[in-house]
Design a protein around this ligand. Structure first.
Ligand code: 6GU
Length: 273
C-alpha cells in the first residue's frame, strides 16, 4: 500500500518510522511519503493560509498550495505505478472513524492524507478532487484537535495492522473488539501474566484452572461486565441472537432486560456488580 501525507509539520509524522508501521515500511509492505506543503508556496513567507470569506475567527488554508501539492503527489504516484488513489481528509466534521472504515481503507492501494491546521482547507480543493477520486472526510472522535496530523497517525496505525502480513498472526483481527460482522462487538476483558502474585494481588483462580470452557465463559462474562460499564451503547446495539443462555444470565445480573423487540435495555436503577 502507498501512503502520502501532505502537511506543514512533516516532523509530526516521524512516529510512522516506529513500531508496527515502521516495520511494515522497512519490509516494503507500506510505501509512506511525507511531503511539506510549504514546498508548494512561492512567496517569501511561504503562506499557506488566509482570512475566511464571510468573516469569523481563524484562518483558512489556501487553494493554491494544496492544489499544486496534490497534483504533484498524485502524478508522482501514478508514475511510480500506483493506481486508484483515495483522498483522506481528517476533520472534526468528518464521518466517524470506525473499524469498518479502517477495513475499507485497508483494501485500497493508495491513500493520500491532507491533515490541515487552522480552520481547515478551502472547500473548493476537496470538491475538485472529489470529482476525480473517492474522498473520505474522517473524524477520529468527538473532541477538537489543533490539526489533523495526530488523526493521520491514528488512521494509519489502524489500517496498517490490517494489511496482509503486517501482524504476525492472520487470525488476530477476527477477535478485534470492533471487527465488522463479529457476532457481538464487546470490549475485551482484563488480561494477566506472570508473576502469579504482585503487590498482594493474585490471578483469578479460573485462569489457573486449565479448564478451557470455564476460562472462555469467564472471559465472556468479563467482556459483558466491562462493556456494560464503559460502552452500554454496544450492548444495546447488539443483535440479541449474539447472546447465548449464559450471556443472558450474566446480562440479567448486570441489569439488562430484553425489550419487546428482543434487544437488551438496561434497568435505569441497576447497580453495578
Ligand atoms: Cl480528524 N481533526 C481535528 N482537527 N480534530 C479532530 C479530528 C480530526 N477528529 C476529531 N477531532
Amino acid at each position: 500500500m502507498r501512503l502520502d501525507v501532505v502537511t506543514i509539520f512533516p516532523e509530526y509524522l516521524d512516529p510512522l518510522n516506529v513500531s508496527l508501521v515502521g516495520k511494515a515500511r522497512a519490509r516494503g509492505q507500506l510505501d509512506v511519503r511525507v511531503h511539506d506543503l510549504r514546498e508548494w508556496t512561492y512567496d517569501r513567507h511561504n503562506t499557506v493560509d488566509d482570512t475566511p470569506y464571510g468573516g469569523g475567527p481563524g484562518m483558512v488554508m489556501k487553494t493554491g498550495p494544496w492544489g499544486d501539492a496534490l497534483d504533484d503527489v498524485l502524478a508522482d504516484g501514478y508514475e511510480n505505478g500506483s493506481h486508484g488513489p483515495a483522498l483522506v481528509v481528517p476533520t472534526p466534521s468528518g464521518r466517524p472513524f470506525t473499524q469498518e472504515l479502517a477495513v475499507e481503507l485497508s483494501e485500497r492501494p493508495w491513500l493520500v492524507f491532507t491533515p490541515a491546521r487552522y480552520e481547515g482547507i478551502d472547500r473548493r480543493v476537496i470538491d475538485e478532487y472529489a470529482t476525480r477520486m473517492p474522498v473520505y472526510e474522517v473524524s477520529i472522535g468527538d473532541y477538537v484537535l489543533a490539526g489533523g496530523e495526530a488523526a493521520v497517525l491514528v488512521i494509519t496505525e489502524a489500517v496498517a495492522r490490517l494489511l496482509p502480513g503486517v501482524l504476525g498472526n492472520a487470525e488476530s483481527h477476527r477477535d478485534d473488539s470492533f471487527a465488522p460482522g463479529a457476532m457481538a462487538n464487546l470490549l475485551e476483558g482484563p488480561v494477566y501474566t506472570k508473576p502469579p502474585e504482585w503487590r498482594g494481588q493474585g490471578i483469578p483462580d479460573v485462569l489457573l484452572s486449565g479448564h478451557h470452557g470455564k476460562i472462555a465463559r469467564w472471559r465472556r462474562d468479563e467482556a459483558l461486565r466491562r462493556t456494560t460499564r464503559n460502552r452500554p451503547d454496544l450492548v444495546e446495539r447488539c443483535d440479541p441472537s449474539a447472546f447465548d443462555k449464559k450471556d443472558r444470565e450474566m446480562l440479567s445480573i448486570l441489569g439488562w432486560r430484553p425489550g419487546p423487540d428482543g434487544r437488551f435495555g438496561r434497568d435505569p436503577d441497576a447497580v453495578e456488580e
